[in-house]
Design a protein around this ligand. Structure first.
Ligand code: SAH
Ligand code: SF4
Ligand code: F3S
Length: 466
């Protein structure tokens, strides 16, 4: 028997890339590859890249510079190492990668990675291979062959792609160009994946998509199902105790989704709902197609459906032409909403996007200063949210042994890591934990006695921050 070949994969960017990396590992497992944590002994190294901001995509070339040295060392020892670039930079700049980085053997876009075995064979025969064609459907196995590898369980919590691509064309964003048009997977395929994962020990499913609540997949009844209806159906699958979804767009929050939050105990009360800015002028220039008022209304609908719901968001500071007053509107929105956490970024012009041609740029110094002010505010809200857990008893889904011996770690409904001293038998169970203290972003607590009182229902108050 041939010894297994070793695969090292490094993923950047969003949850879609994390998921895609897992699927690449699953696909290549069929070719006799096993994953290795070290790049030095790998037979194949895959960089799964992100194009969202300039820093992310420039990283690829510096990483490739380092990999060339490793590859040359391997060659000197008589070992062949192949290098593949996958993900959104591959999609956006495939030809340029081939030109700039002779060390790269395969370039494969996010829609084509199930062809990796064929591409590797092609690279072996002809030197190098590039594939960055759409259509998206192929990856999900609508067209045959080759069929993508079946999804494999990895622990207690799993991502499942339900939707891919984006038709929103926010003026700053590359995703519609790198991931293509919005496509939803049929309900039946998603149910099959979730059932398979549940059979293999998965207890929590996060449905993912660039714009997950734009989901409109074909149901078994031949009708188009919105995300809320899909969630209702998945909640019936035995073994699945928690459901989440990410990332949502405020414009695509429909009644079905609000009803799902009202009706489904297993749908977690934590929603990532990026708003980007609190200024209507900036929101319009970003082509977000909603106002700050619209966003507040969406948040109110969620809160009315489920009292303990909390939110996170994404923000961009220094979008072209953003004035101090417009930035203050963002701070005001954050104060009013009260987040459990959020990501904030300095605007980065991306080639080919409409905003890249906007002339009124914000200076680097101003951007830095605004980012600090926004992040300070978000940090204070996040710590207030976490601190408010102390003394409360909340449900935790236990996922694995923690680094400290004897400790088991899981997550609360709001994705906070929570540690307890307990037997590993509790892994995979949801148990009430009384939170005693906070260490950075982690909660420490004790398993509550079985008859502990239920978690208090006034958590929404905590989201108003400090
Ligand atoms: N589909 C999601 C997320 C897209 S990318 C959504 O619509 O919200 C994740 C985040 O990166 C975005 O929410 C945005 O805040 C940020 N981002 C995207 N393009 C950017 C750019 N050109 N410069 C800075 N941040 C950007
Ligand atoms: Fe990008 Fe906007 Fe689509 Fe999100 S909704 S992926 S920010 S274009
Ligand atoms: Fe990056 Fe592509 Fe995701 S650009 S954020 S990896 S969709």
């Amino acid at each position: 028997m041939k010894p297994p070949r070793k695969l090292h994969i490094k993923s950047y960017g969003c949850q879609m890339n994390v998921y895609d990396a897992q699927r690449m590992v699953d696909t290549l497992a069929g070719e006799g590859f096993v994953e290795t944590a070290s790049v030095d002994d790998a037979d194949l190294v895959i960089l799964n890249t992100c194009h969202i901001r300039e820093k992310a995509s420039e990283k690829v070339y510096s990483e490739l510079g380092r990999l060339r040295v490793v590859k040359d060392d391997a060659a000197r020892q008589g070992r062949e190492m192949k290098i593949a670039v996958a993900g959104c930079v591959a999609q956006a700049e495939g030809e340029e990668i081939i030109r700039r980085a002779p060390t790269v053997d395969v370039v494969v876009g996010p829609q084509s990675y199930h062809h990796l075995p064929q591409l590797l064979a092609r690279a072996q025969a002809h030197g190098r291979a590039l594939e960055t064609e759409f259509p998206v459907e192929d990856k999900f196995g609508f067209l045959a062959p080759p069929k993508p590898a079946a999804i494999r369980a990895r622990g207690i919590s799993s991502f499942v792609t339900v939707q891919e691509g984006c038709d929103k064309f926010c003026t700053f964003c590359v995703v519609p160009y790198t991931r293509g048009a919005e496509v939803s997977r049929p309900v039946g395929k998603i149910i099959d994946d979730v059932m398979r994962l549940a059979d293999n020990g998965v207890r929590e499913i996060t449905l993912i998509g660039q714009n997950v609540n734009a989901y409109h997949g074909e149901g078994p009844d031949g009708r188009t199902w919105p995300l809320g209806r899909l969630l209702h159906r998945l909640a019936e699958i035995p073994g699945i105790v928690r459901l989440r979804y990410s990332t949502s767009h405020p414009r695509d929050v429909d009644d079905s989704l609000i009803e799902a939050h009202r009706d489904l105990a297993s749908l977690m009360p934590f929603v990532h709902l990026p708003v980007q800015s609190g200024s209507d002028r900036v929101l319009a220039a970003m082509n977000r197609r909603h106002t700050a008022r619209d966003y507040h209304e969406v948040i109110d609908r969620f809160r009315a459906a489920r009292q303990d719901i909390a939110f996170s968001s994404d923000f961009i500071v220094g979008f072209p032409g953003e004035t101090e007053e417009e930035f203050s509107a963002t701070l005001a929105l954050v104060m009013q909403i009260g987040y459990a956490g959020a990501y904030s970024f300095k605007y980065s012009p991306r080639p080919g996007t409409p905003a890249a041609d906007m002339r009124e740029t914000v200076s680097a110094a101003e951007m830095d200063e605004r980012l600090v002010r926004l992040q300070d505010l978000i940090d204070s809200q996040q710590s207030a949210f976490n601190k408010a857990m102390i003394g409360k008893t909340v449900d935790v889904l236990f996922e694995r042994a923690a680094r400290n011996p004897g400790q088991i770690v899981g997550r609360t409904a709001w994705l906070q890591p929570a540690h307890v001293m307990a037997s590993p038998d509790i892994i995979g169970q949801v148990l009430p934990v009384t939170i005693e203290s906070l260490e950075r972003y982690s909660l420490l607590g004790e398993l509550a006695p079985a008859a502990a009182p239920p978690a208090p229902s006034s958590l929404s108050q905590m989201t108003t921050g400090a």
